[in-house]
Design a binder for this molecule. Sequence first.
Ligand SMILES: CC(C)(COP(=O)(O)OP(=O)(O)OC[C@H]1O[C@@H](n2cnc3c(N)ncnc32)[C@H](O)[C@@H]1OP(=O)(O)O)[C@@H](O)C(=O)NCCC(=O)NCCS
Length: 264
Amino acid sequence: MQENNFKLNPKSLKTAVTRVEKDKIVTRGYNQRDLIEKIRFSDMVFLILKGRVPSLKESKIFNYVLVSFCDHGVTPPSTQTARLITSSGSPINSAIAGALLSFGNKHAGAIEKAMELYQSKIDSIHLINDRGIDNKQIASLAIEIYNEYVVKGKKIPGFGHRYHDVDPRADKLMEIAVDNGYLGPHIKLALALQDLVYSKKHIKLNVDGANAAILSDLGFDPELGTGVFMIGRLPGLIAHSYEERMDEDEFRRFCDLDDVEYMG
Ligand SMILES: CC(C)(COP(=O)(O)OP(=O)(O)OC[C@H]1O[C@@H](n2cnc3c(N)ncnc32)[C@H](O)[C@@H]1OP(=O)(O)O)[C@@H](O)C(=O)NCCC(=O)NCCS
């Protein structure tokens, strides 16, 4: 009798993502035979995550988001982790798993926090007023965030960068948004906040902050923010792991004994 409790009930696996039948695979309602021929990869990512094909405008901007995450050289903790693990002779899946585990509040994790922040502020206005949000309301939300974070000595997720005064990716994404009129309420809020923070602290949006605003305007749940970051960054991590394996000595030294200060 005890054994029955551990039997897997086939109906307990529910999914709206993909239906697999004999000789047929249907993802989000589309036959994969058709998708292979007809859809671009970034649109496929949008479809599988959101359950619908993006509009032309959404398709363009979502592609910008994915491209902007592609790589940041050897500087991020995740890339260094991928190289370190590869160097030890471990397979690529271990290197990439380790790299992804190094995502945290400061690296990659800021995107979900920034999405939560923008969305909670915009939602609070929508709850009061169903007719949309005007620029005065956006400006007062930006001041609210400034007071909740900067005035209290807290860092706003999605702002600042260890290496850049102006993160070129965030700058370009916001330039595209302004030039093409992709100005939903979350992007408007991010830009108003940037104006305010820059005037006081000389700090601007980083790639996480800019993409948090864009993804929020595209209707993404914050829970998907890091996932989108991972999809964009994975090619870069794989390229670094591959380069490490091909071009560097196995088990190379990542620091010299002289680089270490012994405190004991
Ligand atoms: C990314 C980060 C760690 C870089 O930090 P850093 O270059 O070491 O910057 P510092 O911590 O030395 O900060 C320098 C000044 O800018 C301020 N500052 C930095 N990031 C800030 C932020 N996000 N919000 C408000 N103020 C910020 C600091 O308070 C400090 O001010 P002070 O000189 O008056 O004390 C930092 O900006 C941060 O924590 N940002 C939020 C997390 C994030 O978005 N991460 C994704 C990075 S792509």
